[in-house]
Design a protein around this ligand. Structure first.
Ligand code: GCV
Length: 682
C-alpha cells in the first residue's frame, strides 16, 4: 500500500493504546456499509478485538460498546460518549455516528483525554455539509496542487510531481489511477475529522473530464463512490455547464431550452441508476472563461435550478459557485474592481435558488488572499443555502513550502457577527438559520493533497487539512486548540515540549506569512503565473484587477463609495467601520483605502514604517522557526524532520526575497527612510 505517512491517525501509535480493548457493536438497524467499515476500522487501526456481542465474550466483557439506534439525538451524525461501570459507551442514531464517535475515542486516547466514570459528552457537527473539493484533472495534474500528482487520476510513474499544466493530451483509455489502498487511507483520514463530501475533479472541467458524468467512466466513479460511502463521504463531480454541447452533441446549453433540460434529466437518471448515493454536481459557470447561463441571457439561478431539477428526484445537490466576476478589468478605471462581482450578481437572486442548490461562496470577496474581510454575501443573503469555500491548498499562502496554518485566518473571518455588530451570531453559526434547507449548508475546502510521500508537500501543511475538518465539525474550536491537537496527534512520540514548539510555530505562521508578504491587506504582489514569491507590480496594470495603486505619495485600493464601492455592500455597522480610514482595522486598511505613507495606524506607526517593520520581523520569525526546528533534530523521525527542515530553508529564502523587494519598492516610492536605519537596498 502506497502510504508512508498516516498523518494524524497512525496505527503504530494507536495499537499500543488499544491493545487490551474489546469492542462490541450493538446495531438496532442491522448491518450496513458504514457498520461493516467500522468493524474494519477497529481491526485496521487498533490492537484490540471485536466481540461477537455486547455481553461477555469468551469470559471477557467488552470495554467499548458502540450502539446505533434509538438514542434520540437530533442529528444523525451526532454521537454521545459516556462511561458507566467501566464501560465506554458510544451511541448515535446511525452507524456513521458511531464511526465518528470511534475516531473521536482514538483521538481522545492519543491526546490523553479520558471520559471518566459517570461523565460523558455529546458531539454534534456544526455544519451538515463538510466538503473537500479536488482540483484534480484527468491527466494526473492538480490545478494549484503542491502535494504531488493527483491521487484519483493519472498513470503511476507519469507526471508524479503533478505539476499543473493547462491541458495535457490524454491518450489512455482509463484516466483513473486506481490506487484504492491510498484512497482508502485518504477516506479514513477525512472521515476521522468529519468530512462527508468530496468532489473528485477540478471545477475547470477540461477536455475528457467533461465525460466523467457518462459511461464508460461512471463505472469507475461508482467504484470510488462505494469506497467513500463506507466512510460516510458522498462523491460529487464538477460538471461543465456546456456539457449538453460538448458531451451530448446538442447545439445549445441554454438552461431554458427543453432539449437541454431533458439531456440533464437523462444524464442525472443514468448517474443515479449506477450510483444511488451520488452527492451531486459542483459548477463553475460564467467564471474565468467557463461557460454559463449568462451566455444565453439567463440568470445564475436559471442555470443552477435547471440542474437542481434534474438531481431532485434522487436527493442530489447542485453546488453552484459564486466566483463570478469581471476578469477583463481596465486598471485605469478606479471604480471597477473584481471584489464587488459576487455580491452584484448573487444578492439580487437571494431566495431565487431551489432548495437543493447550495451557493458556494469564497470566504473573502477577492480570492483566498492573505488578508481579506468576509465576503459581503456571507452577511447579506437571507434565503439561500450557503457553502463557504476555503482553499486548503496554499496557492496564495506559500505553496505548502512556507508554513502557514490557514485555519487561523478562516476561523477569524468566520467569527465575525453576521450583522457586523458586536453581539450578533458569528457567520460560522449563522448558515442554517438563513438557509432554504438547513441540511444544505456548510463549508468546502479546496484539497491540498497529492501522491507525494507526505500527502501535502510540506508536513506542516497537513495541519491545515486537519484544521479544516475540525472547524467544520466544531465551529467553537479555536485555531490554537486545533494547532495543539494536530501537533500532539502528528508527533505523539516527540513529547510535550517538542509538541509545544511545533504548535507555537503553527500558531504564529499565518501572521508571519502575512507580515513578509501582504502589508495591511494590500495583497497581489506575488509572481504572475504560479503565485509564489514576490513580484510587486505583476498585477498592477492587468486585466485581473489585483492592484496596490502605490505611487510616490501613498498606497492602497479605494474600495469605498469614492472608489469601487465594496464597502457599500456590507451591513451598516461594517460599512461604517470599513469606509472610515480612521476606524478601519489596520490589517484591512490598504484593502479598503488609499492612504498617504505618513498615515498613522492605530498602533501609532506610520504606514510605511509598519511595512518596513513587519517585513523585517517576518524574516526574523522565520529564522526562529528554523532554529526551533533544528532543536528537534533527533526528536522527530528522519523523513519528516528533513521534509520540514528543507522547506523552512526555502521559506527563509522566500521571506528574505519578499522583505527586500517590498521594502525596496516602498522605499523607492516614498523616499522615506527606515527610522531604525536597517538595510534597505537602494
Ligand atoms: C480552479 C483562482 C485560481 C484558479 C482557480 C480559480 C477558481 O483564480 O488561480 O486556478 O481555478 O481561482 O477558484 O475557480
Amino acid at each position: 500500500m502506497n502510504v508512508q505517512d498516516h498523518m494524524w491517525l497512525d496505527p503504530a501509535v494507536l495499537r499500543p493504546l488499544t491493545r487490551t480493548d474489546v469492542y462490541a457493536l450493538d446495531l438496532r438497524g442491522g448491518e450496513d456499509r458504514r457498520s461493516i467499515r467500522l468493524r474494519g476500522e477497529i481491526l485496521e487501526l487498533t490492537g484490540g478485538r471485536l466481540a461477537s456481542g455486547v455481553g461477555d465474550d469468551g469470559g471477557v466483557r467488552p470495554n467499548v460498546v458502540l450502539a446505533a439506534g434509538g438514542c434520540g439525538l437530533a442529528d444523525d451524525d451526532a454521537f454521545r460518549m459516556s462511561r458507566a461501570d467501566g464501560v465506554l459507551r458510544i451511541e448515535g442514531n446511525t452507524s456513521l455516528a458511531l464511526l465518528y464517535g470511534f475516531y473521536a475515542y482514538l483521538r481522545d486516547l492519543v491526546l490523553g483525554r479520558v471520559v471518566r466514570e459517570g461523565d460523558g459528552r455529546t458531539e454534534s457537527p456544526s455544519h451538515p455539509m463538510r466538503m473537500i473539493d479536488h482540483w484534480d484533472q484527468i491527466d494526473g495534474t492538480v490545478e494549484r496542487g503542491y502535494g504531488g500528482a493527483s491521487i484519483f487520476f493519472g498513470i503511476p510513474g507519469e507526471n508524479d510531481n503533478g505539476s499543473y499544466e493547462h491541458e495535457r493530451p490524454w491518450n489512455h483509455a482509463d484516466p483513473f489511477r486506481n490506487d484504492l489502498g491510498r484512497l482508502t487511507w485518504y477516506a479514513r483520514l477525512l472521515a476521522s475529522v468529519g468530512v462527508n463530501g468530496i468532489v473528485l475533479n477540478n471545477v475547470n472541467v477540461r477536455g475528457g473530464a467533461r465525460r466523467l458524468i457518462v459511461e464508460p467512466y461512471l463505472d469507475k466513479v461508482a467504484e470510488l463512490a462505494d469506497l467513500f460511502d463506507g466512510f460516510g463521504i458522498a462523491v460529487y463531480l464538477s460538471v461543465h455547464f456546456a456539457a449538453p454541447i460538448s458531451v451530448g452533441g446538442l447545439s445549445s446549453a441554454d438552461p431554458c431550452d427543453p432539449d437541454v433540460r431533458a439531456w440533464w434529466m437523462h444524464t442525472a437518471k443514468a448517474i443515479y441508476e449506477r450510483i444511488p448515493q451520488f452527492g451531486g454536481f459542483l459548477v463553475k459557470a460564467d467564471s474565468e472563461g467557463e461557460p454559463g447561463p449568462h451566455e444565453y441571457g439567463r440568470t445564475q439561478a436559471d442555470g443552477a435550478n435547471m440542474l437542481a431539477e434534474a438531481l431532485r428526484p434522487y436527493g442530489g445537490r447542485v453546488v453552484w459557485r459564486a466566483f463570478v466576476y469581471d476578469c477583463h478589468l481596465d486598471w485605469r478605471d478606479r471604480t471597477r474592481d473584481r471584489a464587488v462581482g459576487a455580491y452584484e450578481t448573487f444578492q439580487p437572486l437571494d431566495g431565487a435558488f431551489a432548495d437543493n442548490v447550495c451557493l458556494q461562496i469564497k470566504f473573502g470577496p477577492v480570492d483566498f488572499q492573505t488578508c481579506e474581510p468576509a465576503n459581503p454575501l456571507l452577511h447579506s443573503l437571507r434565503a439561500t443555502n450557503i457553502v463557504v469555500e476555503f482553499q486548503i491548498a496554499a496557492e496564495y499562502l506559500g505553496h505548502q513550502i512556507d508554513v502557514n496554518f490557514a485555519p487561523a485566518q478562516w476561523i477569524d473571518v468566520m467569527g465575525q457577527p453576521v450583522d457586523g455588530g458586536s453581539d450578533g451570531v458569528p457567520l460560522s453559526r449563522s448558515l442554517r438559520a438563513r438557509a432554504l434547507d438547513p441540511a444544505n449548508v456548510g463549508y468546502a475546502g479546496v484539497a491540498n493533497v497529492g501522491m507525494g510521500a507526505h500527502w501535502t508537500g510540506g508536513v506542516f501543511a497537513q495541519a491545515s487539512l486537519y484544521g479544516f475538518g475540525r472547524m467544520c465539525w466544531d465551529a467553537g474550536l479555536s485555531a490554537e486548540h486545533i494547532a495543539d491537537e494536530w501537533a500532539a496527534l502528528t508527533f505523539p512520540g516527540a513529547g510535550r515540549n517538542a509538541q509545544g514548539k511545533i504548535a507555537a510555530i503553527l500558531k504564529s505562521s499565518n501572521r508571519t506569512y502575512r507580515d513578509y508578504t501582504a502589508p495591511l491587506g494590500v495583497g497581489w504582489m506575488f509572481a504572475r503565473e504560479d503565485h509564489y514569491g514576490p513580484s510587486v507590480c505583476a498585477f498592477e496594470y492587468d486585466r485581473w484587477g489585483g492592484v496596490n495603486r502605490a505611487d510616490r505619495d501613498g498606497v492602497g485600493v479605494d474600495r469605498t463609495s469614492t472608489g469601487s464601492g465594496l464597502t457599500e455592500q456590507y451591513p451598516s455597522a461594517l460599512r461604517d467601520l470599513y469606509a472610515d480610514p480612521a476606524r478601519c482595522p489596520d490589517e484591512l486598511l490598504l484593502f479598503f483605502h488609499w492612504v498617504p505613507y505618513g498615515h498613522v495606524l492605530h498602533g501609532g506607526k506610520t504606514v510605511v514604517q509598519h511595512i518596513y517593520d513587519t517585513h523585517f520581523a517576518g524574516v526574523e520569525r522565520v529564522r526562529e522557526y528554523v532554529a526551533a526546528w533544528d532543536g528537534l533534530r533527533g526528536v522527530i523521525d528522519g523523513p519528516r524532520f528533513e521534509n520540514v527542515a528543507e522547506r523552512l530553508r526555502m521559506q527563509l529564502d522566500n521571506a528574505v526575497a519578499w522583505r527586500d523587494q517590498i521594502n525596496t519598492f516602498f522605499h523607492r516610492m516614498s523616499g522615506v527612510p527606515d527610522e531604525r536605519g536597517r538595510e534597505i537596498y537602494p
